[in-house]
Design a protein around this ligand. Structure first.
Ligand code: ACO
Length: 351
């Protein structure tokens, strides 16, 4: 049996920090409201020199360094994003152009659930034996599509990228189970209009249309609380595990109240739940891989740990998976030997 172990991870965020105090000067909001309703204290916002590609490439280089590989070793690049730098070509091809190498490359679009979808796709290529080494990236620059006069959305989002290298293993490592779902009818609750091939009502309006994020927050909240818990629980069951076997929940970082509800559903104590949204806000497809990369860099993950990844977002879509952490069974003994040493430097690309 072939598995798809995660052998390297990396992350990148823009340097620019946008605090709640700064938002107080931009819209009618306050730090107390934002922290108590969302858990977010600050977020990173792309500057003029940042792009979905530049952040993806930084995260990918860090993940490759962590895995001890070069771009030439990678056979497939899958990028999950809803904010590619351009429509034609794919974000994955833009990343490959910067990284080098000749990997096949394509994008997966499932908004904030995108990384778990992409990890599922990339893992299947490895498990089926089509490829041995795949790079999976979750990256978004959603702040480019946020109306900074709309207090109901502008407080929530940040930018970033996270990347994972996955490699063939003969031991049960990597994605052990996955659950994906979508309710397309709910697309009206979370979307950015006017950014696509649809012809607008008035062609003259086209250049002025800004595709700002539109959101029915309460509807999305209710949906998220329901699917996060249910999908995570189903993924655990599909992996043949019980909640007691779970070492860490790594949820999409949208709102601490949604995360708390998912943790309660799995009966997990707070210390087993990874939360970093206070520093990054909701980074869409990047949030799960950034959290995973941080946890790895901080030495919180051990060989054989069972992790639950779970995400929800525009679509409305959701996805959850159980990942067994570690590199056992990957035919590169040097990997296991150097695991843990100098990892933080590799994953946190702050240049
Ligand atoms: N500051 C101060 N007050 C605010 C703010 C703000 N930033 N935003 C809204 N309010 C006000 C509202 O106007 C309302 O006032 P009113 O009672 O006088 O009418 C009051 O606060 C309560 O508003 P609610 O919308 O009921 O607040 P809620 O507790 O639902 O929190 C929130 C809003 C944080 C948006 C929440 O609904 C949420 O997190 N929803 C999920 C959103 C989400 O995760 N979206 C991303 C999905 S991922 C993707 O694919 C992009």
């Amino acid at each position: 049996m072939r598995y798809a172990a995660i052998t390297g991870c990396g992350m990148a965020v823009p340097d620019r920090v946008l605090t709640n105090a700064e938002l107080e000067k931009m819209v009618d909001t306050n730090d107390e409201w934002i922290v108590s309703r969302t858990g977010i204290r600050e977020r990173r916002v792309a500057g003029p020199a940042d792009s979905t590609t530049s952040l993806s490439v930084k995260a990918a280089r860090a993940a490759l360094a962590h895995a001890g590989l070069t771009p030439d070793d990678i056979q497939l690049i899958v990028v999950a994003t809803c904010t590619p730098d351009q429509f034609i070509v794919s974000e994955a091809c833009l990343v490959q152009a910067e990284l080098g190498g000749s990997a096949a490359a394509f994008d997966v679009g499932a908004a904030c659930s995108g990384f778990v979808y992409a990890l599922t796709v990339g893992s299947m290529f490895v498990q089926q034996g089509l490829y041995d080494r795949v790079l999976v990236i979750g990256a978004d620059t959603l702040t480019r599509f946020i109306d900074y006069t709309d207090r109901s959305t502008c407080i929530l989002f940040g930018d970033g990228a996270g990347a994972m290298v996955i490699e063939a293993s003969d031991q049960p490592r990597g994605l052990l189970s996955t659950v994906m779902g979508a309710d397309g009818g709910g697309n009206k609750h979370l979307y950015a209009p006017g950014w696509g091939a649809i012809v607008p009502e008035s062609a003259e309006l086209f250049p002025e249309i800004r595709p700002y994020m539109q959101m029915n927050g309460q509807e999305v909240f209710r949906f998220a609380v329901r699917v996060m818990g249910d999908a995570a629980a189903e993924a655990v069951q599909k992996a043949g595990l019980s909640f007691d076997d779970i070492d860490m929940l790594i949820p999409h970082q949208a709102n601490s109240r949604i995360i708390d509800a998912a943790a309660r559903r799995l009966a997990l104590p707070r210390e087993k739940v990874l939360v970093n949204l206070d520093r990054y806000g909701n980074t869409s497809a990047a949030s799960v891989p950034i959290a995973l990369a941080e946890a790895s860099g901080q030495g919180k993950l051990n060989e054989g740990d069972n992790l639950v990844l779970v995400a929800f977002g525009a679509g409305l879509a959701w996805a959850a998976g159980v990942v067994r952490w570690g590199v056992a069974g990957v035919p590169r003994p040097e990997l296991a030997a150097r695991r843990g040493a100098g990892v933080l430097a590799a994953i946190s690309d702050g240049d």
